[in-house]
Each structure stands twice: as C-alpha cells, then as structure tokens.
Design a binder for this molecule. Structure first.
Ligand SMILES: NC(=O)c1ccc[n+]([C@@H]2O[C@H](COP(=O)([O-])OP(=O)(O)OC[C@H]3O[C@@H](n4cnc5c(N)ncnc54)[C@H](OP(=O)(O)O)[C@@H]3O)[C@@H](O)[C@H]2O)c1
Length: 261
C-alpha cells in the first residue's frame, strides 16, 4: 500500500507501547492509518495516544491470550496486522536457564503469532490485507544467551510462511511476511542483550557497538513496516539492518520435496 492506500486503513499493532512497536504505530499513524495499539501496561499506551491523537486507539490487553486475538480481530478486521509483541528473555548461558525461562518467548512471542495468524486466516481478513510478524536476526545466527529465543523466532518465520501458503491455497489474498531485525541497543530488550554479549566477550558496550556498525532504530522499523505494505515487497521474509530491508530466500521446501518429521 502507498501512503495514499494506507489512509483510513485500520492497523492493529501488538506491543505498540515501547521500542519497535511504538515506532511502527507512529509510522503507520503518520502514513494515515487508524492504529489500534495493544500492550499490557496502559500508561505508555496513553502517552502514545496523547502524542498521536485520534488516529491511535489504546488497548490494554495480553496479546498472547487467544480470546484477545479473537475479540480484536472480530472488532477491527485490520487491513494491516503487525505481530510485534515480545518478551525479554533472561540473559544467561543455557545451563543457567530453567525450562520456564528457556520457553518464555514461546509462551508470548510464538503463542501470540499463532493465535492471531489463525484468526487472520479464519476470519478471513479482507483480500489485500497484510500480516507482518516480527522474527529476529537471531533466527538465522543464534542467540546463545537467550534460551529458546532464537528457536522461537525461527518458528515465527516458519509459521508466517505456512500461513502465506494457506492464504495462497485458499485464494484469500492475505499477504503474510516476517521481518528479521538485527540486534540493536535502541530498545529495552535489545539494550539488555547488547550489554550481555559485550560482557561475554570482555568488551565494553561502546566497543561492541562500534564493531556492529550502525544500529537499527524504532524509526527504521516503522518505515520498513510501512514500506512492506506497499508494492515491490513480495518475499515472505526480510532481514532488517540500518541499511534497510533485504529479502531472504523462503524457508519452504522445494515443491514436491518430502521432509522427514
Ligand atoms: N530490540 C532488538 O534488538 C530486536 C531484534 C530483533 C527482533 N526483535 C523483536 O522485535 C519485537 C519488539 O522488540 P522491542 O525490542 O521493541 O521490545 P521492547 O522494547 O521490550 O517492547 C516490547 C513491547 O511488547 C509488549 N508486550 C510484551 N509482552 C506482551 C503481551 N503478552 N501482550 C501485549 N504486549 C506485550 C510490551 O508492552 P507491555 O510489557 O506493557 O505488554 C512492549 O510494548 C519483539 O518481538 C522482539 O523479539 C527485537
């Protein structure tokens, strides 16, 4: 969608109150969408409402609750659905995780993408709708201090590509795409990990960041999400760095290939 086409479209953004989600909600609002922002803590959502005005509706709810996914899908039938909410895993080596801390991102990030994706397919959302899920560069490169995070984010990429296939098979015209941002210190979640990886390598954070190159910001992510709703972005997954979006080859098996379970 161009900014013109976004005008008046309803966009639901999960995890809209802070970090990337706030950047995404702001960019979509400025492009003309009516944005419904979901997060649990009401105060930062209300601050965003004060900033964005009537183009933003604050919904304080747990996005990983399947009832919330069903109710909000029925109520808003979004033309743009951004599945961004994510838990911050405990930054520790694997042997210092318990099963509960290891699986934290499965219970929030994956569960919410699963529930909302299912609702989008079953509703179904209108042809031309876009469902964009936040995976992570960790899905490609690993993330040895964050328990099950990298696997959870890889599953989000898979889930999104399965949904794209179901949309095609059913002729639904809903576009499903995942975005894999590079680790950045620009959000609460990312900053905790930049510090942890720097400490693990015995570096100070500034030296670690200098080696990593320019950082992704919430504004970059917001712009990228607006771009992804437009023409010319027909891949199922994109890596996102400060240089922009780079298409990734689809994770799907070649047609006819038999995969072992
Ligand atoms: N920052 C990075 O370096 C990086 C890199 C790659 C991918 N990502 C992914 O990008 C997404 C956003 O990350 P971020 O860095 O912006 O994180 P963040 O600053 O910690 O913000 C997380 C947002 O998600 C919300 N949230 C968490 N659990 C929720 C739930 N159960 N229901 C509703 N909202 C929930 C939070 O609000 P409440 O706590 O009030 O609910 C907050 O608005 C995540 O999926 C993350 O894994 C981040």
């Amino acid at each position: 969608m161009s900014d013109n086409e976004i005008t008046g479209t309803t966009a639901v953004v999960t995890g809209a109150s802070r970090g990337f989600g706030r950047g995404i909600a702001t960019a979509l609002s400025k492009a003309g969408a009516q944005v419904v922002g979901v997060a649990r803590d009401r105060a930062p959502l209300e601050e965003l409402r004060a900033e964005l005005g009537e183009s933003f509706t604050a919904v304080s709810a747990d996005a990983a609750d399947p009832t919330v996914a069903g109710q909000l899908t029925d109520a808003y039938r979004p033309g743009i659905l951004v599945l961004n909410a994510g838990a911050t895993p405990l930054p520790r080596p694997i042997q210092h995780h318990t099963w509960q801390t290891f699986s934290r991102n499965w219970d929030t990030d994956v569960a919410h993408v699963f529930h909302w994706t299912r609702e989008a397919l079953l509703a179904p959302l209108a042809p031309g709708s876009a469902v964009i899920a936040l995976s992570s560069g960790a899905a490609l490169f690993g993330s040895p201090l964050s328990g099950g995070y990298a696997g959870a984010k890889a599953t989000i990429r898979w889930l999104t590509s399965y949904a794209a296939a179901e949309s095609d098979r059913g002729g639904l015209g809903i576009r499903f795409v995942s975005v894999l941002p590079q680790l950045t210190p620009a959000t609460a979640l990312g900053a905790a990990y930049v510090d942890a990886y720097a400490a693990r390598e015995g570096m100070d954070t500034a030296a670690f960041l200098a080696r990593s190159g320019p950082a992704v910001t919430p504004e970059h992510v917001g712009r990228a999400i607006v771009d992804l709703t437009g023409p010319g972005y027909d891949q199922e997954a994109y890596l996102l760095t400060a240089a922009g979006l780079r298409p990734l080859p689809g994770p799907s098996a070649p047609p006819g290939a038999t995969q072992p379970e």
